[in-house]
Design a protein around this ligand. Structure first.
Ligand code: ASN
Length: 336
């Protein structure tokens, strides 16, 4: 018999209406145990549940919240065979990626899920998503950290939230899903190869501004965004890694930032991308040491990986080296 541990972190799934909008407050524990009793062969004693305190809207998640989930998973590592994390959808893809880097030696499947609508009503997707996550946990086929939502299972570091309302609210733009639920489930090959990370240090918060380039942005605006000097910067550039290089001072500013030792990570605004620094003249100034491309990583996988690497106390050149190497299957090294 498979034993399952559930970590409940908050999110719409367990929210109730209030005068100030949706807030945590539903009896998730009662609902979950009734669901498992009625709909599965799992015995109550085979399912344990931690309700994190406080339960949050995942918009309030921080690297410390990721760490409290990781700590809860490790605390139950020996007493369960598979793990389900109930999470708000807004930042679930960040948490899934963050967990994937920190849990490469966890050796048990971890499946995140949540819902677009609170549990307990006929219009809700909560039952479908939680039963899907439990089925993935029981399947014996899920590996590493995955996310189940709207009939699909995704690698946790390849997924992004694509819709604020659709029941198919997530997608993996570069890889597609790992499995589709059905009778039977259809599984794709999971090529989540990575080098892993032994004994990672806990997540901490770092000052990492994310700069989105838009047509007409001035270099002066960017200069203000990076003053005082942050711990690292993520640039959300165009296409394969292009910036408005004709804007006076723009390319110089980015190059100076890297030269001063601040790691600069270049991502694309395209959900499906492969960053190639120097491919165009408009991005050529960024083809230099201290500036690294995010390859085909999602924005969520990139940002959380940077937090992970900074938390390990790495130098800028090591941050860049790891940005190009797969820790937990988050990128296709050397392109696809
Ligand atoms: N704001 C909610 C959250 O992320 C959204 C949801 O769970 N559907 O916690």
């Amino acid at each position: 018999m498979t034993r399952i541990h559930v970590t409940y972190t908050g999110g719409t799934i367990g929210m109730v209406e209030s005068a100030g909008g949706l807030v945590p407050g539903a009896d998730l524990r009662g609902w979950l145990y009734r669901l498992l009793e009625d709909e599965s062969d799992l015995r109550t004693e085979d399912v344990t549940l931690t309700e994190l305190d406080p339960l949050i809207d995942s918009s309030n998640a921080t690297p410390e919240s990721w760490q409290s989930i990781i700590d809860d998973l490790w605390a139950h590592h020996d007493s369960a065979d598979a793990f389900v994390v109930l999470h708000g959808t807004d930042t679930m893809a960040f948490t899934a990626a963050a967990l994937s880097y920190a849990l490469t030696d966890f050796d048990r499947p971890v499946i995140l899920t949540g819902s677009q609508h609170p549990l307990g009503t006929i219009v809700s997707d909560a039952t479908a998503n939680v039963t899907g996550a439990i089925n993935a946990a029981l399947s014996g086929k899920a590996r590493g950290v995955t996310l189940f939502f709207g009939h699909h299972l995704f690698a946790g570091n390849r997924v992004t939230k694509r819709s604020s309302w659709a029941f198919e609210g997530f997608e993996a733009p570069s890889t597609g899903p790992v499995a589709q639920s059905g009778t039977p489930w259809h599984w794709a090959h999971m090529d989540a190869e990575g080098r892993g990370w032994t004994d990672p240090r806990p997540y901490r918060r770092y000052d990492v501004p994310v700069v989105t380039f838009v047509p007409g942005v001035r270099a002066q605006r960017l200069a203000r965004m990076i003053d005082p000097r942050p711990d690292a910067v993520v640039l959300r550039t165009y296409g394969v890694g292009n910036i408005p290089s004709d804007e006076p001072g723009m390319s110089r500013l980015v190059a100076d930032l890297a030269d001063s030792g601040v790691p600069v990570v270049v991502t694309s605004q395209c959900p499906q991308a492969e960053v190639m620094l120097g491919r165009y003249g408009a991005g050529a100034s960024m083809d230099r040491p201290g500036i690294c491309g995010a390859d085909d990583m999602t924005f969520e996988a990139t940002y959380t990986k940077l937090m992970f690497l900074l938390s390990q106390g790495l130098t800028t050149s090591d941050v860049c080296r790891w940005m190009a190497s797969s820790i937990a299957g988050e990128l296709a090294e050397g392109g696809r």
